[in-house]
Design a protein around this ligand. Structure first.
Ligand SMILES: *Cc1c(COP(=O)(O)O)cnc(C)c1O
Length: 235
């Protein structure tokens, strides 16, 4: 089997999983977008995914991502930055990407806003820390409303929603419980005047639970491209 056939089949399977999970949740599958997470994958794999009809890609590592974005300019992909945002990276991120899912502090948002040199606003998800014991990344839910308000006021950013990366968990109900927390924060912000439309949650191992709790973007790497080299897990 060629690599193209393999990737096309995996993408098909993911679309079927999205379809069944949406049905189980009483939702429409077209409310859920597939973000193909292509970190550590060669450009040829991304090209195969493009040939198979996928145009939305997530990357974590800036240098690697910039090379891919440049090489694939003609393919008109939508690029999402989903890795840790450090200050010294914001200029390149603000220029090269269409979305950033991992904004978790005011300083980063301000820099992205100041450095965005496009007439199109940069789409932003705020990364929330919903399982504190698991990770330091993400804003504390208590501080979320103030950050959301500040980002909302920035002209070159468009606040779209929330993102979370909960602790890996094999039990379906525990997976759901974590995503339900993010959904509750989302609902609360919208009740207080925001107009968020994006819940970025769910990966290869927990996308069904995420869709059950309202995910609108699932971020899938392994189940499209196969296992990553062991060094880089998620961060
Ligand atoms: C790597 C990564 C993913 C994809 O994880 P898989 O388990 O390979 O599907 C999703 N989101 C983020 C933030 C990641 O870093």
């Amino acid at each position: 089997m060629t690599r193209l056939t393999q990737i096309a089949q995996q993408l098909n399977k993911i679309h079927q999983r999205i379809e069944s999970a949406a049905q189980a949740a009483g939702r429409k599958a077209d409310e859920i977008q597939l973000l193909a997470v292509s970190k550590t994958r060669p450009i040829e794999d991304i090209q195969s995914a493009i040939t198979a009809g996928q145009h939305r890609f997530g990357e974590n590592y800036l240098q690697e991502a910039l090379e891919k974005i440049k090489a694939l300019t003609a393919s008109k992909c939508e690029w999402h930055f989903i890795g840790p945002c450090q200050s010294n990276k914001t200029a390149a991120i603000a220029t090269a990407f269409h979305w950033v899912h991992s904004v978790d502090r005011l300083k980063i948002a301000q820099r992205l806003n100041d450095q965005r040199n496009s007439t199109q606003a940069l789409n932003i998800c705020l990364q929330v820390n919903i399982s504190k014991e698991h990770s330091k990344a993400g804003i504390d839910p208590v501080a979320l409303p103030d950050l959301a308000k500040a980002v909302e006021a920035m002209p070159n950013l468009r606040l779209r929603g929330l993102m979370a990366l909960p602790a890996a968990e094999s039990d379906f109900d525990k997976q759901r419980a974590a995503f339900a927390k993010l959904k509750a924060l989302f609902t609360d912000l919208n009740r207080h005047g925001h107009n968020l439309d994006t819940l970025s949650m769910g990966m290869s191992n927990d996308m069904e639970a995420a869709i059950m709790e309202g995910a609108t973007i699932v971020r899938i790497g392994t189940d499209i491209f196969g296992p990553r080299p062991s060094k880089s897990t998620i961060d």
